[in-house]
Design a protein around this ligand. Structure first.
Ligand code: GLN
Length: 202
């Protein structure tokens, strides 16, 4: 049974070039949403939202470019909801400080692998502006941080040290961590609200 009413009509694309797209599909399926793996431009037809999962952003960007997906995704940004997690966040950024294929659809400057080798992976509870209730348990794996954001970008979450790890620009959302690896599906639900066009609810 769908957990959130109305999601059964929703169709969400999950970019499936590399990385942990399968985990996102599992969460979305649990919420009663139809998902489609996006590998070619035609897979974008008829979707209400696009999730770009974590992985190696250089590989994701190169494959998206080679398969002709880069420009179609850029053209759809804003008319459908999009959510990048970790490597997917890097792919959405306007500036990553190095030369690699990026979409440049969210006005943010990102630093890749911002926590260095000593703290490759860590977990931290986050107070998220878009969620009610308990803090959200963030799982960070060779994660990027958002160094700065433009005026149209809302900060949704920060680490305790103040570094930005979650943002939203209209219907585009980006998170440094991996919500698909925890049992807490509140961010997936929030994304479905953006996909349904209800993202301005209080
Ligand atoms: N370090 C990767 C990158 O910068 C992201 C890692 C991840 O998605 N878990 O592309």
């Amino acid at each position: 049974m769908p957990v959130v009413g109305g999601n059964e009509k929703m169709r969400i694309g999950v970019l499936a070039l590399q990385g942990d797209f399968a985990e996102h599909r599992v969460v979305l399926a649990r919420l009663g949403v139809e998902t489609v793996e996006v590998r070619l431009p035609r897979d974008l037809n008829g979707i209400d939202g696009l999730v770009m999962p974590g992985g190696e952003s250089t590989t994701i960007g190169k494959l998206a470019h080679d398969y002709g997906l880069e420009q179609p995704i850029r053209d759809m940004a804003g008319s459908i909801a999009m959510w990048g997690t970790c490597g997917g966040l890097v792919f959405m950024a306007r500036d990553v400080g190095v030369d690699q294929p990026i979409l440049a659809i969210v006005d943010m400057v990102v630093q890749r692998n911002a926590f260095g080798r000593q703290v490759d992976s860590f977990e931290e509870d986050l107070d998220m502006a878009c969620l009610r209730g308990e803090p959200y348990h963030g799982v960070f794996i060779r994660a990027p941080v958002i160094v700065s954001v433009g005026p149209d970008v809302e900060v949704l979450g920060k680490l305790k040290d103040g570094r930005i790890v979650a943002v939203r620009q209209g219907r585009l959302m980006a998170t440094s961590f991996h919500p698909e690896l925890t049992a807490d599906d509140r961010l997936h639900r929030f994304f479905l609200e953006l996909a349904a066009g209800n993202g301005n609810r209080s």
